[in-house]
Design a protein around this ligand. Sequence first.
Ligand code: 15L
Length: 292
Amino acid sequence: MKTSMKTILITGAAGGIGSHLRRELAGKYRLRLSDRRTIKPLATGESFVRAELTKLGELLRAARGVDAVLHLGGYSVEGRWEDIHPANLVGCYNAFEAARLCGVKRFLFASSNHAVGFYRRDQVIDHRVPLRPDSRYGVAKAFGEALGSLYADKYGMQVFCMRIGNVNPAPLDKRRLSIWMSPRDMAQLVTIGIEHPDIRFEVVYGVSGNTRSWYDNANALRLGYRPQDDSEAFAAEVLARERPGNPRAETYQGGSFVHAESIPNPSAPVRARRRATTKGRTGKKAKREAKK
Ligand code: 15L
């Protein structure tokens, strides 16, 4: 008997992880891609629905009729509260709400290593440790996990939270040797999140089978995850170019997020608005000065 192909909504699909997954999941699922930025060209089996995470109505349009939501969207690094709050708290709430209102049972949430980034590097942690966010960004990911727990308990949604390390074809530095995830391992974990019959509320680590891992990923293994990659293959090359960094950052798993106040992001709209306002004030003040 031929089973019909599932449709998966991917929010934030224009980002790095979304781009890897589009390639890795092609042919396996129908992918409904959403983002505030237009995505083109589209491949066979893909469609695009523009959606701002802060607008529930737009997310409702995107989520109608899908089999699962993979919520990748949001602000992806530490930033100002004014940036994190709309994108990662309001946006995450809207994504869960859209899924609930559209009757979508399965929800995969892209949580992050930064929800537990204040654990030390000499510790190995599993999915049951108390949350220890390392940043406002990490707090927002903890909020998303808490929302997932609520929607599972209250509405019977099946929620799969992946505390993702760093998805890249190769690990970028020494810290990433412990948290790296290859695109194909990411796709395998996402597939488990979509297909596993017994998911109620699960937390797993989104990392490859790294020799230097800081995670006991027993819960993912229990659900059938068999990572194919290990960052150790890149270790010699990565360590040869590594330079000593901030000692506080090097103590904790979250790295620079533990001390970052605000990592500049020139594309952030609020920042751009603030710059514009500042310019405006300066202009008026200059005019007042000129009148005196
Ligand atoms: C994350 O959660 C971020 O989204 C990504 O930009 C990286 O900073 C990654 O963590 C990391 O820790 O390397």
